[in-house]
Every structure is written in C-alpha cells, then in structure tokens.
Ligand binder design. Structure first.
Ligand SMILES: [Zn+2]
Length: 188
C-alpha cells in the first residue's frame, strides 16, 4: 500500500496522528479500521500495533490529543485528560540516561532500551511539543481543510498546513471565477 494513502505534512508525529481524525474534506476519518491503523504506523515508520485491540487504545488517545490540539489552537490550557494520557504512556517507556553531544554541547538524554510502541512514540512527540516554549499549534486557515500544524516560523505567521495545498486557495478561487476561453472543437 503506497504512503499516499495518508496525507502526511511532515509535522510532529502526534499532529500527523491527530490529522487522521479530520482529514480533508473536513471530518473524514482516515483511520477507520485496524487495517488502516496498521498501514498508518508503517507510513510514519513507527512500531506496528501488536494486535487488533491496540486500535481502540489508539482511537482513545487520538480523541485526547485532538482535544489538546484544539485547546492549544484556541489559546486554552491543555485538557488534564490529555496530559494524563500522555504521562500514562511515558511512564511505561524504559531508558537510560546518557551523555550525548548535540550541536557542540553535552546534553543528558534518555536513551530507550527498546523501540517505543506506536502510542508511546505519539505521546512522546506530544510531550516534546508541550515542553517546547516556542511551538505554537495552529489549525489551517482554509475552512475546507482543518489540519493542525506546529508554527515554528520566526514571527509565527504561518497560516496554512502547506502553501501548495491550501496557501494558494484564494488564487485558485479567483482563477476558477475567470471565464475560460471556449475550446475549439474540430471534427474529423
Ligand atoms: Zn490546509
């Protein structure tokens, strides 16, 4: 199954996950069964779910994270249920502290002793966003889209999920209203 099955923006993993709930056109769920969920984990290159029951856990977490994205987009505090869901997954992750050289500086990092499960990876991604003071979560300004993204532009002026997908919407609308030349029909 090709990756194009899912609309991926190259955003933080948890936002890609949230965006499966309301894919354009607004409201389409692109994870509607365990098979789709399995293919999505492959598309974003995280651990596949162990069994079909993991699908229900995934949907529960997605509901919490969708509420989190909505809250952040509208300037509200993160819902406690989202923070609890994230922390519950983080507590199960095992790792060891290690010194790592990052950009010329030594940093203390937790190195996992096993690959994180799909939902642990998603929770970790959400935790990284929440812990990042400059990350601003926004919803695409195109009313027909509604995808969430993290605005890390210098003056936080990003409005679209992607310029090519939605940023040119106004121009496309204008072009659509311009009368087209009548096509020449040749017979023979
Ligand atoms: Zn968009």
């Amino acid at each position: 199954m090709p990756d194009e099955e899912f609309l991926l923006l190259g955003e933080a993993l948890w936002l890609e996950f949230v965006n499966t709930a309301e894919s354009p056109p607004v409201g389409r769920d692109s994870l509607s069964d365990p098979g789709e969920y399995l293919r999505w984990t492959k598309a974003v290159r995280i651990e596949p779910p162990r069994d079909a029951s993991a699908f229900n856990d995934a949907l529960t977490l997605r509901t919490r994270l969708l509420a989190l994205a909505r809250a952040l987009d509208t300037g509200r505090n993160p819902p406690p249920s989202a923070i609890e869901a994230i922390n519950r997954l983080l507590v199960g992750m095992e790792g060891r502290e290690q010194l790592v050289r990052v950009g010329g500086n030594w940093q203390l990092r937790i190195q996992p002793v096993r690959p994180p499960s799909a939902l642990e990876a998603v929770a970790q991604s959400a935790a990284q966003t929440l812990a990042n003071p400059i990350a601003v979560i926004r919803r695409c300004a195109n009313p027909g889209c509604g995808l969430y993204f993290s605005d890390e532009s210098p003056n936080q002026s990003r409005r679209w999920c992607s310029r090519s997908r939605c940023g040119d919407t106004g121009r496309i609308e204008r072009r659509r209203n311009t009368p087209r030349p009548t096509p020449m029909i040749t017979e023979g």
